[in-house]
Design a protein around this ligand. Structure first.
Ligand SMILES: *Cc1c(COP(=O)(O)O)cnc(C)c1O
Length: 425
């Protein structure tokens, strides 16, 4: 018996011929390496025995010096463990990546990527708005390390993108561009092709910044940034990938060359994904294509209901982007679905928003997104509490804004709940 579950799985290349629905169920696991069990084993151990002293030396040599750490035997679970290796292979297959590194949370993945590639005194460029935790990292730890951050004013405009990159690279080394697309919570899109072209042009005369995409909002399948040419793709697995609002996780995918420094740093920081969460993710990923599709269909129905409602001022749903606009062109090029998380503004302000929220009976009030259940939150007083009102307003988040993540309930029940609650305004 092969004592290393996951090792017998197919190498990445044959994955290209299989559909995502198939990869979500099969990639990364192999019954032959686990007593013939159809489902992956859960390997709960912190450490692994070496068969011989020479094998111990060889395992360490391969892990620390080898080009492919996946070929090393297991040593200690903070470095690598069987369930981590299985889930990483599946995540890599779904993103069309050579390699993946899985982390304890999305923020652990973002922080490790930043610390692996950004040096004190560097500059970075990011899109705005950006996830609150990411902004905290940029304005906190990275600022303390002397890293300057530049926001792209209009991320669907190639001129705005190029000017920001050139400006950021003028005095310092521009280490990386972090593009969150669609943005949380406004669904603002980033023209990834324009970002990549601007990065390549900078590279012709100096350092080419790494292009990193936070793909959490649409999740794997609905958008594949590595296929667009991005260097690294980051996903908070907590959201659509895990999909049941019961675990935290994060992933970085890309070429082995780009992922390896991040994975090595994970060992130092101790922020790997634990065996049980890895195992749960393997299970969750099996239904990701189905869940994403149904949630998107439900979201289209709810968005259409809200758009027609007299108490709703506007709905920021990707499916409603007007033809002929730059945002629509970007959407058509890089997104396969409008997803199932969007924002809407009600007529009125905080008092009206709170009155409506407090009348909901089915839809739960909570932050986070991508779960089986529908969640709603008042962005200004929760996820964006610490963002100054003028900064919030600039990105279209005000006291009337609500973010909703549509789940798998029957859409008629969701619409009935919203309808009843809106009548309270
Ligand atoms: C939730 C989220 C994160 C952070 O992920 P955690 O798993 O909560 O650490 C990062 N980016 C985006 C866009 C998110 O929605």
């Amino acid at each position: 018996m092969n004592d290393q579950p996951g090792r017998g799985a197919a190498p990445p290349s044959p994955h290209l011929s299989l559909h995502p629905e198939t990869l979500a169920i099969s990639a990364g696991t192999d019954p032959a390496s686990a007593y013939g069990a159809v489902k992956p084993p859960l390997v709960l151990t912190s450490t692994f025995t070496y068969p011989t002293a020479a094998a111990a030396k060889e395992a360490h040599r391969t892990f620390f010096e080898g080009a492919a750490p996946d070929q090393a035997g297991y040593i200690y679970a903070r470095l690598d463990h069987p369930n981590l290796r299985m889930v990483q292979q599946r995540l890599a297959a779904l993103d069309g990546a050579e390699e993946a590194a899985a982390f304890a949370s999305g923020m652990a993945a973002i922080a490790a990527t930043m610390l692996a590639y950004v040096r004190p005194g560097d500059a970075i460029v990011h899109t705005a708005p950006i996830y609150g935790g990411t902004l905290g990292l940029i304005n906190g730890l990275l600022a303390d390390l002397g890293v300057t951050a530049h926001a792209i004013p209009d991320p669907v405009d190639p001129v705005s993108i190029e000017e920001t990159l050139i400006d950021a690279a003028r005095e310092r080394r521009l280490a990386l561009v972090l593009a969150e697309s669609p943005a949380n919570p406004t669904s603002g899109l980033v023209d990834l092709q324009a970002v990549l072209e601007a990065a390549d042009r900078l590279g012709e005369t100096g350092h080419r910044p790494l292009v990193v995409v936070d793909n959490t909002f649409l999740g794997p399948l609905n958008q594949r940034p590595l296929m667009e040419g991005a260097d690294l793709c980051i996903t908070s697995l907590t959201k659509y990938a895990a999909g049941h609002s019961d675990i935290l996780g994060g992933a970085v995918t890309g070429s082995a060359r780009h992922v390896t420094p991040v994975r090595r740093l994970r060992t130092t920081l101790g922020t790997h994904l634990d065996p049980f969460s890895s195992w749960l993710l393997l299970r969750s990923l099996e239904t990701l294509p189905l869940r994403a599709e149904r949630a998107a269909a439900n979201a289209a129905a709810v968005a259409a209901f809200l758009a027609d409602h007299p108490k709703v001022a506007n709905v920021t749903y990707l499916g409603f982007l007007a033809e002929g606009t730059q945002a629509r062109r970007v959407f058509n090029r890089q997104c396969r679905s409008a997803g199932s998380t969007f924002s809407f503004r009600i007529v009125g302000g905080e008092a009206e928003a709170f009155a409506m929220l407090d009348r909901l009976r089915l839809i739960r009030m909570a932050v986070s997104l991508g779960g089986t259940e529908t969640l709603i939150c008042h962005s200004a007083s929760t996820t964006h509490y610490s963002v100054p009102p003028e900064v919030r307003a600039a990105v279209g988040v005000d006291d009337a804004s609500l973010r909703i993540s549509i789940g798998l309930e029957h859409p008629d029940d969701l619409i009935a709940d919203l309808s009843r609650a809106l009548s309270a305004i």
